[in-house]
Write a protein that binds this ligand. Structure first.
Ligand SMILES: Nc1nc2c(ncn2[C@@H]2O[C@H](COP(=O)(O)OP(=O)(O)OP(=O)(O)O)[C@@H](O)[C@H]2O)c(=O)[nH]1
Length: 328
């Protein structure tokens, strides 16, 4: 557990630095004062926590400070962590394990859809399908590989579908990940029909006895409706095999975009009925507070966060690790 927490803490180093640089007094354990609270407020805005959350955190700390003018920084930080945890309650997405999936036990989805009636798992003997979608460069292909590696480490059999037939190098990129991590992959050539690849991949996954099929899709701007239609086609084709597929429709969001990503998520959600999110590149940003705003607005569970480029850097989102990383 300690190792996991360290990963979170290191991953969020830039956000932590942006908060604590201006609030050293607050986190350093000494008594707080009005000036350090103002600095904290500014730092939370800078880290993209947004107005509502920043106000809630500051209101509670200020109230405690009014009651006890000797309030220490560590106690104030604890209040901040508690407010964050309360706001984020329910935001952790959890995939059922292979064993639970086989038994039809539900995962930790907050907003479960009809397609997830079997606990987010495929029908008996059928793979659970996770479709990763999002705008160009958000990290879908990398996340596909990292997620497959993680599930494989957990004992699952995983097949990958290279449905990003649009970007010239995407299939090669996924192929090289598949070789490196020893993963099953179904791919065609650049320009091939993405839905046809998905269809074949599902059949191959089933034939191989895979627990999970991860579908990497081409990046698309949420403003391009013809590309959004292609996603719907992938889903329709998969449903010929299994009416509940794809059980998971996750938007991969570049976490360094901060609150700008909310509009993206809104549009994808409207067109495609998202069931969850993966936030990538949180290691490279000081705007790691945006997670909270995204959750507040969309109420889509956050399944994983990307905290680096190595396979083990995709970590399940943990409210406890997140709040501890940020508030010490
Ligand atoms: N630092 C860091 N880099 C990441 C993370 N996730 C992805 N990247 C990098 O982001 C870049 C884009 O990732 P891709 O996986 O190719 O993105 P994509 O969404 O498949 O891109 P398109 O196919 O163009 O839509 C790559 O250089 C990745 O290594 C992360 O969590 N942290």
């Amino acid at each position: 557990m300690l190792g996991l927490f360290k990963k979170f803490k290191d991953g969020f180093a830039k956000t932590v630095a942006s908060i604590s640089a201006t609030t050293r007094g607050l986190f350093g354990g000494r008594k707080i004062d009005a000036a350090s609270l103002d600095q904290l407020e500014e730092a939370l805005y800078t880290a993209d926590f947004g107005v509502e959350t920043t106000t809630e955190i500051l209101d509670e700390i200020r109230a405690a400070y009014r009651k006890d003018p000797a309030l220490q920084g560590a106690a104030a930080a604890q209040i901040g962590a508690a407010v964050l945890a309360r706001v984020l309650a329910g935001s952790e997405g959890a995939l059922p394990t292979a064993v639970e999936a086989a038994a039809g036990v539900a995962g930790g989805d907050a907003g479960e859809t009809a397609a997830q009636s079997a606990g987010g798992a495929g029908g008996e003997g059928a793979p659970t399908v996770i479709a990763l979608i999002g705008v160009n460069g958000s990290g879908k292909t990398t996340t596909t590989a990292k997620l497959a590696w993680r599930l494989q480490q957990e004992g699952q059999r995983v097949t990958l579908a290279a449905c990003d037939t649009f970007r010239a190098a995407a299939v090669e990129q996924l192929k090289s990940w598949a070789e490196r991590l020893d993963l099953d992959l179904v791919a065609s050539h650049t320009g091939a029909d993405a839905a046809a690849v998905a269809y074949d991949a599902w059949a191959a996954a089933k034939a191989r006895g895979s627990d999970t099929l991860i579908v990497d899709t081409a990046g698309r701007l949420h403003t391009k409706s013809n590309l959004m239609e292609e996603l719907a086609k992938i889903a329709r084709v998969l449903q010929k095999h299994d009416p509940s597929a794809p059980q998971h429709r996750w938007l991969v969001v570049d976490g360094s975009l901060g609150s700008n990503s909310i509009e993206q998520a809104r549009v994808f959600h409207k067109h495609f009925g998202l069931t969850g999110l993966v936030l990538t590149k949180l290691d490279g940003t000081s705007r790691g507070g945006a997670i909270v705003g995204i959750w507040r607005e969309l109420r889509l569970p956050i399944y994983f966060v990307g905290l680096g480029e190595q396979p083990e850097d995709l970590q399940p989102f943990s409210i406890e690790n997140y709040t501890r990383a940020l508030f010490g």
